[in-house]
Design a binder for this molecule. Structure first.
Ligand code: TMP
Ligand code: ASP
Length: 247
């Protein structure tokens, strides 16, 4: 049994805890907090932690099964806590875009909704004080954030993850606009897919209507994020969260 130890880190949507007597794992706890614009906008979203934990567990493991790209998840301890391999997180966020939205439109003056001719893979330096600036392998190499082979692997892995994710969401009537993934290193130097894959770090539009089904609902005050995430949960698992909890 894995017993929660001291808190090692508190992020915007998760807390990371040590595991008592076990230095090679951590416990990832999903909070109900939502933030946007690098923490400038904050709120509590009812059941968000539980919904994201369930979606991440399902989606990340599905993606790993389909692609062979390994991830850090070890065991779902309960509805909000996952036992994970302890990693050194690489401070490079890998973003894949299928449709232009968000910072891609802002930076390049493009229209939201422009379908890209092929997936665009971008890197950002994971730094709240700097607002996650866009980078290339040049910066990762010069500043020691990641080796060239790691950056090459991120691009390869992100393309595979994207293909699996596009298919996954497509069967649920949802277009995958973009998403962000992160990787971490094991003590042996192996790379694992880390952090989470949840609607917090994806843009998801209902097919046909382009209705937003992701954190943009919160960023842009388009409705109740809890209702949006419940709808995604229902689409994925075929039942509501409450029914699932009672089962
Ligand atoms: P962006 O349009 O703001 O660059 O974001 C692209 C996608 O990546 C979007 O789905 C949100 C996600 N993302 C995060 O989850 N966290 C981040 O820090 C960044 C830069 C992007
Ligand atoms: N991930 C960042 C935050 O939570 C930026 C965003 O999602 O808008 O503040």
């Amino acid at each position: 049994m894995s017993v929660k130890g001291a808190q090692l880190h508190e992020g915007k949507s998760k807390q990371i805890f040590a595991v008592e007597g076990d230095d090679s794992h951590v416990i990832m706890h999903y909070k109900d907090d939502a933030t946007a614009f690098n923490g400038v906008k904050k709120d509590t979203v009812v059941d968000k932690g539980e919904i994201n934990a369930a979606i991440n567990w399902h989606l990340m493991n599905h993606v790993s099964d389909v692609t062979g790209i390994p991830n850090h998840l070890v065991k779902a301890l309960d509805s909000r806590n996952h036992l994970c391999h302890k990693l050194e997180i690489v401070p490079v966020e890998v973003v894949v875009r299928n449709i232009a939205a968000g910072s891609c439109c802002r930076r390049f003056g493009r229209e939201e909704g422009e379908v890209l001719p092929f997936p665009m893979i971008e890197f950002f330096y994971k730094s709240d004080p700097l607002d996650d600036p866009p980078i290339s392998a040049v910066h990762a190499r010069a500043f020691g954030w990641a080796h060239d082979w790691e950056m090459a692997y991120f691009e390869f892995a992100a393309a595979k993850v994207n293909a699996a994710m596009v298919d996954f969401w497509s069967t649920l009537g949802v277009d995958l606009v973009d998403f962000k993934i992160e990787f971490g290193r094991t003590p042996e130097g192996h790379l694992l897919l880390a952090d989470e894959i949840s609607p917090d770090g994806c843009r998801l539009w209902e097919k046909g209507t382009k209705r937003k089904l992701d954190k943009d609902v919160f960023r842009r005050d388009l409705g109740d994020l809890s209702d949006t995430y419940r709808e995604l949960y229902q689409r994925i698992f075929g039942h509501t969260l409450a029914e699932g909890s009672q089962a």
